[in-house]
Design a protein around this ligand. Structure first.
Ligand SMILES: [Zn+2]
Length: 56
C-alpha cells in the first residue's frame, strides 16, 4: 500500500464557505419555537440554507 496523505491538511477550524453569488456564507443561530436552530446565510444575497453547502 502507498502513502495516503489526503486529509492531513484539512483539519482547520475556520472554514469559509462562499455562495454561488460570490458572497461569504456565515452561520447564524436562530431561535424558533424555543429551539436553537443553526442556519447558513449569505451576506450578499441573504439566501438561507440549512448548511453552508446548500448555498453553493
Ligand atoms: Zn449569495
Amino acid at each position: 500500500m502507498g502513502q495516503t496523505s489526503k486529509n492531513s491538511r484539512t483539519s482547520s477550524a475556520t472554514q469559509k464557505f462562499y455562495c454561488r453569488c460570490g458572497g461569504e456564507v456565515k452561520m447564524k443561530t436562530l431561535f424558533e419555537n424555543g429551539k436553537i436552530k443553526n442556519v447558513a446565510e449569505c451576506e450578499k444575497c441573504k439566501k438561507l440554507g440549512r448548511r453552508p453547502s446548500d448555498l453553493k
